[in-house]
Design a protein around this ligand. Structure first.
Ligand code: FEO
Length: 167
C-alpha cells in the first residue's frame, strides 16, 4: 500500500526513466551518425538499462495496489555535440536522475513508508554506479581531447560493454 502522493511521485519517476531511455536511444542514433559505433553501442545498452528501470518501478506501483499513469514523453534533442559533450550531457542527466531519486527517498522517509524506502535503495545504489561509470569514461575522453586515434581507442573500448543483468 502506498499513499496517493507516493503513487504520483513514482509515476513521475517512471516518466523520467522513460525519458532517459528515449534520450539514450537518440544519443545512440546520433553517435552512429557521427561514425562512433562503440559509443552508439554503449548508448543502446544504456537505453535498455533505462527500460529496465521503468519496468521495475511500474511493477512496484502495481504490487503496492497503486495505479500506473503513463504520461507523454518529452522529445529528446537530436544532436549532442562532440564525444566529450555527449558524456558531459550523460553525467548531467544522471545527476538530475539521482537528485530525483533522492527526493523520492525523502518522501518515503517522511511518510514512514518502509517498503518504498527498501525498494528505492536499489535505485540509490544504481545511481552511484551509473555516475561512476560515466565518470570513468569522461576521464580518458578529457585526456584525448580531439585526437582521432585516442577517440577510436575509446570507441573500441565502449563497444565491449555488455548489459548488466542485476535487477
Ligand atoms: Fe535510470 Fe540512468 O537512471
Amino acid at each position: 500500500m502506498i499513499s496517493k502522493k507516493m503513487e504520483a511521485a513514482l509515476n513521475e519517476q517512471v516518466n523520467k526513466e522513460f525519458y532517459s531511455a528515449y534520450m539514450y536511444l537518440a544519443m545512440s542514433a546520433y553517435c552512429n551518425s557521427i561514425g562512433l559505433p562503440g559509443f552508439s553501442h554503449w548508448m543502446r545498452l544504456q537505453y535498455e538499462e533505462e527500460n529496465m528501470h521503468v519496468t521495475k518501478m511500474y511493477d512496484y506501483i502495481l504490487s503496492q495496489g497503486g495505479q500506473v499513469h503513463l504520461k507523454a514523453i518529452t522529445e529528446p534533442p537530436k544532436e549532442y555535440g562532440k564525444p566529450l559533450d555527449i558524456f558531459k550531457k550523460t553525467l548531467e542527466h544522471e545527476q538530475f536522475v539521482t537528485a530525483s531519486i533522492h527526493r523520492l527517498m525523502e518522501l518515503a522517509i517522511e511518510e514512514r513508508d518502509f517498503a518504498t524506502q527498501t525498494f528505492l535503495q536499489w535505485y540509490v545504489t544504481e545511481q552511484v554506479e551509473e555516475e561512476s561509470n560515466v565518470n570513468d569514461i569522461l576521464a580518458p575522453l578529457r585526456m584525448v581531447g580531439e585526437d582521432k586515434g585516442g577517440l577510436m581507442m575509446i570507441d573500441q573500448k565502449l563497444e565491449q560493454r555488455t548489459l548488466a543483468t542485476g535487477a
